[in-house]
Ligand binder design. Structure first.
Ligand code: WTA
Length: 652
């Protein structure tokens, strides 16, 4: 968003006068009390040492809380050893909680599984044994390309148990995207399934893995395949193995060995401002501490009674932190749902909440806006009285959607916690503690206790209340990324070079007159489509890789439902200009190169692109066109008539 438009949007938000304090009852029983903020302020990094010891079971205690001597490469909980899977599983069983439900699984077709902590521990031990028998060792990378089924969590925890590093690739990514991630991480094993169910029909996953591994020169020795939808699959003998053959038959005895606090836990690829996705690296002790801490405090988790539901796919960081790790480390009961919200009907989510008595719901504004469009009559048909806390993540939530969420889903009483964070931050960074802070529609409000958030100007100086600038993090935090896989220089350049000694998040933000923080969207070439990060450059590269495209420019345009939508401007080569189906062809080409989520909403064929004299595409002007606005200042263009030419060509 341009600075002007961010400014306008913010002026409207400034008129937000509504405040919702927690009820007395909620505040009295809340996990996070006002003293938490005081303790965090007074204790500095020792606050996190205390949390680490309280929330996790360490094999060997750490000797130093933070080593920042090689900044920006942090080491947290130095000398400590810990096993993530032991913390998520075995210790709960040892504490007598083996019968507690860890996961209520509901498949899209309606099949269900109830998995207790004892069950899940057994499954993970078997999978750990199976992976080890396939030669996977500590430090090896495992690519995970699975739908939202329990085996996804089992696979991630089995990797963590043996010290292998998982790299989950979202099932909506294409074979090519999967291959580039497999190559970058040099994965030894791939875990996938025959497929899943999508909108009432079987949908395939295995063909993408076959496609990814078709070309020689990869590092994968085996592919383990979960049977989910029983569709026929191609089989490569010697490479492919059924999960039920290797995991189900493995021993369910496996002792977890503790790993160093800084042992790599996972790599997760995310879009940056260049065409090449970044492999964000997270390690063990700090990540587990902050995800468990925020899961408890932000969501006011009472593990004995709550049923938690995070609707994110495990292919994204939200599914890592708040499905696979934190809820299990905290011994919570959670719901996992495989399918889409409108199958077989638009009330599916509310039906699930009623059925499982979900008390904490964590979802994205895009979903909320979609439900708003479908109408409040649908959720009204269900008993949603179990809901106590509502979470939001992934993109700014507009006050209208916030109010609808509160009234229609939260019965006018459940506090809403708007959580700002990123793949890179690993866990919540800005979020109101629900029993302490009076919430405000549309604002993520205040830093999580123990986190140093600020908004700064171009020069890196803190802005006063009532002003805007760039969102930064001033102090290292436990769940921070430890780098970009294989590219330490890019890590420094991307996050630590814009401002001196501060982490630059890439988001614009403002402080209101109370000092509360409002997120205003990305300030770089990263788009946010339905809460999913996509880079303009990545989609442009995909478009120009098609022989019919001479040049392409991509912008994110405001979209009522998805927040932003991809709009592409392309210049075609010779004969392609007469091809009536070219737009469809190109949309499918992007889906093949990156994945269906990256398909442009609109592709506009233009004769030229607006460029400055130095040849830089002026995306700002294209964004004006894409959003149907009057085109802004075009005087710095090398050819000032270009915008008229574009307008004329689009009217045809
Ligand atoms: C955006 C998702 C406003 C932001 C957890 C950030 C948000 C990017 C919020 C990270 C929020 C996330 N309000 N914007 N509550 N949460 N964002 O890595 O632009 O997929 O930089 O992590 O999403 O997206 P990512």
């Amino acid at each position: 968003m341009s600075a002007d438009r961010q400014g306008d949007a913010f002026e409207n938000l400034l008129h937000e006068e509504r405040r919702f304090p927690p009820s007395e009852e909620f505040a009295a029983n809340a996990v996070a009390q006002p003293s938490l903020y005081d303790e965090a302020r007074e204790q500095g990094t020792e606050f996190w040492a205390r949390q680490a010891r309280e929330l996790l079971t360490w094999d060997q205690d750490f000797t130093e809380t933070l080593d920042w001597s090689d900044a920006p490469f942090a080491k947290w909980f130095v000398g400590g050893t810990v096993n993530a899977a032991y913390n998520a599983l075995d210790r709960h069983v040892e504490a007598g909680l083996g019968d507690r439900v860890a996961i209520h699984f509901e498949g899209e077709p309606g099949d269900t599984r109830t998995i207790t902590y004892a069950d899940l521990t057994r499954e993970v031990k078997k999978a750990a044994n199976a992976f080890e028998s396939l030669g996977v060792q500590k430090g090896d990378r495992v690519a995970v390309y699975l739908p939202m089924i329990p085996e996804a969590v089992v696979t991630m925890l089995a990797c963590a148990r043996i010290g292998a590093v998982h790299s989950v690739v979202f099932g909506g990514f294409s074979a090519d995207a999967l291959r580039s991630r497999i190559d970058d991480a040099e994965a030894k094993l791939v875990v996938t399934s025959d497929g899943t169910y999508r909108r009432g029909k079987p949908s395939a996953l295995k063909p993408a893995v076959d496609g990814a591994l078709e070309r020689e020169g990869h590092t994968v020795t085996n592919v383990v395949v979960v049977r989910r939808n029983n569709e026929p699959v191609d089989w490569t003998e010697g490479r492919d193995l059924w999960w039920h053959d290797v995991v189900d038959t493995a021993s369910d005895e496996h002792t977890a060995v503790a790993h160093d606090a800084e042992h790599p836990l996972f790599i997760l690829y995310t879009s940056g401002t260049t065409g090449k996705p970044k492999g964000i690296l997270h390690t063990t002790g700090g990540y587990l501490t902050q995800t468990a801490f925020t899961h408890r405090n932000t969501f006011d988790l009472h593990p004995e009674t709550d049923v938690f539901w995070c609707t994110a796919d495990i292919g994204w960081v939200t599914g890592h932190s708040y499905v696979a790790y934190a809820p299990l480390v905290n011994g919570a009961t959670q719901l996992m749902y495989e399918g889409t919200p409108d199958t077989p009907h638009q009330g599916r989510w509310w039906e699930l909440i009623e059925k499982y008595r979900v008390s904490i719901l964590y979802t994205a504004p895009t979903a909320i806006r979609t439900f708003m469009k479908w109408g409040r009559d649908i959720p009204k048909k269900y008993d949603l009285s179990s809901i106590r806390v509502l979470g939001s993540v992934g993109e700014p939530i507009n006050p209208e959607a916030w109010m609808w969420y509160r009234e229609v889903i939260g019965g006018g009483k459940a506090p809403i916690v708007d959580t700002w964070w990123q793949t890179e931050t690993g866990a919540h960074m800005i979020a109101p503690m629900p029993g302490v802070i009076s919430t405000k529609p549309g604002s993520a409000q205040v830093a999580v206790p123990g986190i140093a958030i600020d908004v700064v100007d171009e020069m890196g100086a803190s802005v006063p209340d009532g002003s805007g600038g760039y969102l930064v993090i001033r102090e290292p935090w436990p769940a921070m990324l430890r780098g970009i896989w294989g590219d330490p220089q890019r890590f420094k350049d991307t996050y630590w070079s814009r401002f001196d000694a501060m982490y630059f998040a890439g988001d614009g933000a403002k402080k209101d007159s109370d000092g509360d923080i409002w997120l205003l969207g990305r300030v770089d070439d990263v788009m946010n489509i339905s809460g999913h990060r996509l880079s303009t450059t990545e989609i442009e590269s995909a478009l120009v890789s098609h022989p019919s495209v001479a040049e392409a420019a991509v912008v994110g345009a405001t979209d009522e439902t998805t927040g932003e939508a991809v709009v592409a401007f392309v210049i075609l080569r010779g004969s392609a200009k007469d091809d009536d189906d070219i737009v469809t062809t190109l949309r499918n080409h992007v889906a093949k190169e990156i994945g269906p989520i990256a398909k442009p909403r609109n592709i506009l064929v233009v004769p030229e692109l607006p460029k400055t004299r130095s040849g830089k595409i002026m995306r700002r002007l294209l964004k004006d066109v894409a959003e149907g606005r009057e085109v802004g200042d075009a005087t710095t263009l090398s050819d000032p008539t270009i915008m008229q030419q574009i307008a004329v060509s689009l009217r045809k």
